[in-house]
Design a protein around this ligand. Structure first.
Ligand SMILES: [Zn+2]
Length: 228
């Protein structure tokens, strides 16, 4: 068999393996989430405002709320194949002296947007994670066999998949912002204000920085597109 053909077979096996590994990882996450599933309205002895349940049922979504006891938990949506999916907020967001209800609703609507649009972003993330893992495996194998051409290709592939991951995450954030305003009828300024408030309140981790566009971009975008 020619070495080119062999290389293609190895590459296909590597890609298949990494895709399987990533799917398996998300499936385990899914099972773990299902096991700890809780119902809306009563979580960790917190009372979630009824306006939130109203908003979620108005959007005809199957979403369960969770309240984290850690004060610095930023709202996030867990969407990987979960039915129902989850929106997680910290207790702090239920404190009226810290956050107004309209701001909390804007946040929940944004997170609901992630869930509603989850199909596209889930596949984008799975594909880029699989590609990245495959590139890493090829890089390690080519390093051990001193095949510098393949090593270079794998670095290029890893860079490509990293960029793909960042772009799909940014598109995901923008579409969740649009969903909050267009589909959930959240006023533009409510979303803008809470995004700015979160920016000053929380230090963004490296992961958050690369997966979320800067707040100034997001605020400018929603004002330009939907502002009056
Ligand atoms: Zn988001």
């Amino acid at each position: 068999m020619s070495s080119d053909r062999e290389n293609i077979i190895y590459l296909a096996i590597t890609l298949g393996f990494s895709f399987g590994a990533v799917l398996c990882f998300f499936y385990q996450q899914y099972i773990a989430q299902i096991k700890t599933s809780k119902e809306i309205n009563k979580v960790n002895d917190c009372v979630i405002p009824s306006e939130i349940s109203t908003l979620i049922s108005r959007l005809r979504m199957s979403v369960s709320m969770r309240v984290a006891n850690v004060p610095d938990a930023i709202p996030s949506a867990v969407v990987f194949f979960q039915r129902p999916s989850y929106i997680i907020i910290s207790k702090l967001f239920l404190d009226n002296s810290q956050f107004e209800l309209r701001h909390l609703l804007a946040l929940i609507a944004h997170e609901a947007g992630h869930i509603k649009k989850s199909n596209k972003s889930t596949w984008g993330i799975i594909l880029s994670a699989s590609g990245w893992l495959a590139a890493l495996i090829v890089a390690l194998v080519s390093l051990s066999t001193f095949n510098w051409t393949y090593f270079l290709y794998s670095l290029l592939a890893a860079t490509f998949f990293t960029i793909l991951f960042i772009i799909s995450s940014w598109v995901d954030e923008y579409s969740a912002d649009s969903f909050a305003i267009k589909d959930a009828s959240i006023p533009v300024e409510d979303l803008a204000e809470v995004l700015i408030a979160l920016k000053y309140r929380y230090k963004r981790t490296f992961y958050k920085k690369i997966t979320h566009p800067p707040v100034s971009y997001r605020v400018r975008r929603i004002r330009q597109l939907y502002g009056t």
